[in-house]
Design a protein around this ligand. Structure first.
Ligand code: NCD
Length: 314
């Protein structure tokens, strides 16, 4: 467990108006968000809406790609803080009648929302939205580029388990090339002094990741293994292997987890494909899997981000 934070929650601030990427956050910003998230872990566990910080504010949640955890936890976080939430999906919107994304954003802005959350399949779309919207914009995943609140919730999960991030050894296994989760995490880990090894097949590994194709080499010394789904919806060409072959080479099984440090823990951002990137026995092992803890931390991190981004306006 994380020790009680030293800075009072009222003093925790970040200078950014929007939350678009980990790239734009400093190490201090990340620490402030994680420290405030600790406070919101407790608030969220109280179950009742004890904190009406965002009462009277309206958050518009625009998810133009599928989502379970991220969409629900943004909504839950906003509601826990007393905000009203409007959800929009592409189905049922005028984008189906040919309205452009830019015109859709201008229309939403004219309604004067207080917070705007966007998931979109195109890299840079949250930045584009932040140029049009007057209110804070939060990136809930833009194509293969960034998913900042996912990296923050992963960091919170790891920090609570190990009591630190600095010097931790983490292996990221799977589709690094197309994963916005990996891209945000790689930036966060670098800023926070986490040692990272990327593992996966060459066709799913960017050259810049300096990764290995060998599970044993990649997992040796790892204290945490982050498993990623193959982003089938983003593949430019078909893969040279089947799902069965992928599981045979890279699926995280108890035997392969044995390459890592004794007691190493497992993370997965979800959605999981059991029997493809992870074996069910590992996903469900309460001693090794932090996967449900990650989901819980997602609500706390998003509560902290909503609080921080509205502080100057309240
Ligand atoms: C991830 C995403 O959408 O990028 N999921 C999530 O937000 N928890 C990972 C994925 O879809 O594989």
């Amino acid at each position: 467990m994380q020790a009680a934070q030293k800075t009072p929650v009222s003093k925790l601030m970040i200078p950014q108006k929007h939350l678009l990427s980990i790239e734009h956050l400093s190490r201090e910003d990340i620490i402030n968000i994680l420290d405030l998230s600790e406070y919101y872990v407790v608030q969220n566990r109280r179950r009742s809406q004890t904190n009406a910080l965002l009462k009277g504010l309206v958050m518009i949640n625009v998810f133009l790609e599928n989502s379970t955890r991220t969409r629900l936890s943004f909504e839950m976080a906003a509601k826990r803080l007393g905000a009203d939430v409007i959800n929009m999906t592409i189905e049922g919107s005028s984008m189906k009648k040919g309205e452009s994304f830019t015109d859709t954003l201008k229309t939403i802005n004219a309604m004067r929302p207080d917070l705007f959350v966007l998931r979109h399949n195109t890299e840079g779309s949250a930045e584009a939205a932040s140029q049009i919207l007057d209110c804070p914009v939060m990136n809930a995943g833009d194509g293969t580029r960034e998913h900042p609140t996912q990296a923050l919730l992963d960091a919170l999960t790891l920090r609570r388990h190990f009591g630190r991030l600095e010097g931790l050894n983490v292996a990221i296994v799977g589709d690094i090339l197309h994963s916005r989760v990996a891209h945000s995490n790689l930036q966060l880990f670098k800023k926070m002094g986490v040692n990272v090894k990327c593992v996966g097949p060459a066709e799913l590994m960017p050259l810049s990741a300096g990764g290995t194709q060998d599970m044993k080499a990649g997992l040796t010394d790892a204290e945490a293994v982050m498993v990623l789904r193959i982003q089938k919806e983003r593949l430019q060409k078909s893969l040279s292997f089947t799902e069965e072959q992928y599981f045979d080479s890279y699926g995280l099984t108890a035997e392969r987890l044995g390459f890592a440090k004794d007691g190493a823990v497992v993370l997965h951002p979800g959605p999981m494909n059991r029997g493809v990137e992870i074996d069910a026995s590992i996903a469900d092992d309460p001693k090794r899997s932090l996967i449900t803890a990650q989901v819980e931390m997602g609500v706390a991190v998003r509560m902290a981000c909503l609080d921080l981004l509205t502080r100057s306006a309240r």
